[in-house]
Design a protein around this ligand. Structure first.
Ligand SMILES: Nc1ncnc2c1ncn2[C@@H]1O[C@H](COP(=O)(O)OP(=O)(O)OP(=O)(O)O)[C@@H](O)[C@H]1O
Length: 304
């Protein structure tokens, strides 16, 4: 994707805090109309990257552009990019409605939009209560409403599903898909990989400050691979059967195996091996398995 087409363009971004390389030479793009999941283990550098993108920390090296410019140079930034970086950054004594009204002016909007957004995020009933008494999920909803005030074309959301109940999670997923479907762009971080798999179009995976993988989800979860769940004690025999058939395979931390071949080829390999692997279940490979494999590979220095 060409640099100028990207809604988000991160190039050679590094941020060091003393000796800590929080972000280390990271590059990726997010294209218009895409939902990109920004994933990685604790301390991988996600929040620091998002903060650099939004001009909240100065990069040690490299650049991070939003809509073709550094965020700080955007004219009317709240109308271009909606941000929810810290779901808890509220004045506790202020009501939800007052919180939104504070940002409504800079976002170029007013009371009516505040009312609409309170209804959209299902906070009408709590709008006039102090935020200090809100639950985690209610704060997340309020934070999202604030991000949406200026009707932005880009949303940058740090762990927006945290604390949401199942209805809230489904609502957020549906909302983000509609937002992207109408041309909006989303970059969101999350540790909820099952939910990410249902929501995102693209994956940006970092670990120890470095980019491990970036690309469309469907490429990462291509059908020419699967996960095997051997019956107890049969793991080694299954691995041996795959090795015998020349099928690439790697262990997962829970005793299952990733296999670099589709379910049919794997079944043929196991049938060759006979009864010992009879009870082995085959499952499609999901984002959680790829996350584990890619971050472990990165630790060993052989990230793909
Ligand atoms: N202001 C700071 N001063 C010193 N170290 C920092 C600072 N901010 C972040 N770090 C360090 O940088 C690394 C990356 O942190 P960051 O918060 O970006 O990770 P993350 O991927 O968002 O993690 P998590 O999933 O746990 O939220 C960590 O080692 C963290 O301790």
């Amino acid at each position: 994707m060409a640099h100028q087409q990207a809604v988000i363009a991160v190039r050679g971004l590094s941020k060091h805090f003393g000796g800590i390389r929080a972000v280390d030479d990271v590059s990726f793009d997010v294209g218009r109309g895409r939902i990109a999941g920004f994933l990685g283990p604790n301390g991988a550098g996600k929040t620091t990257t998002l903060r650099a993108l939004l001009g909240l920390v100065r990069p040690t090296a490299g650049s991070a552009l939003v809509l073709g410019e550094p965020y700080g140079k955007l004219r009317g930034p709240l109308r271009r990019a909606g941000v929810s970086l810290d779901g808890n950054a509220f004045v506790p004594g202020r009501t939800g409605r007052a919180h939104l009204l504070c940002y409504a002016g800079p976002a170029g909007t007013g009371k009516r939009r505040v009312g609409e957004l309170l209804s959209l995020v299902d906070l009408e009933g709590a709008a006039d209560r102090p935020v200090g008494g809100y639950s985690t999920g209610m704060r997340q909803r309020l934070s999202l409403a604030a991000a949406l005030l200026g009707e932005p074309e880009l949303l940058v959301l740090d762990e927006p599903s945290n604390g949401l109940d199942p209805d809230g999670i489904i609502w957020l997923r549906t909302f983000l898909k509609e937002f992207a479907g109408s041309g909006g762009t989303v970059l969101l971080s999350s540790h909820l990989l099952g939910e990410m798999q249902r929501t995102i179009d693209d994956v940006v995976l970092v670990d120890h400050g470095r980019l491990v993988h970036s690309g469309p989800l469907e490429e990462l979860l291509h059908p020419d691979q699967c996960v095997l769940a051997p019956e107890q004690g049969a793991g080694e025999k299954v691995a041996a059967a795959l090795a015998e058939a020349g099928t690439e395979h790697r262990p997962l931390p829970d005793g299952r195996l990733w296999a670099g071949a589709g379910a049919d080829r794997v079944r043929a390999a196991l049938e060759e091996a006979g009864e010992a692997v009879y009870g082995t279940r085959r499952e499609p490979c999901g984002l959680e398995e790829m996350f584990v494999l890619l971050t472990r590979a990165a630790e060993k220095g052989d990230a793909r």
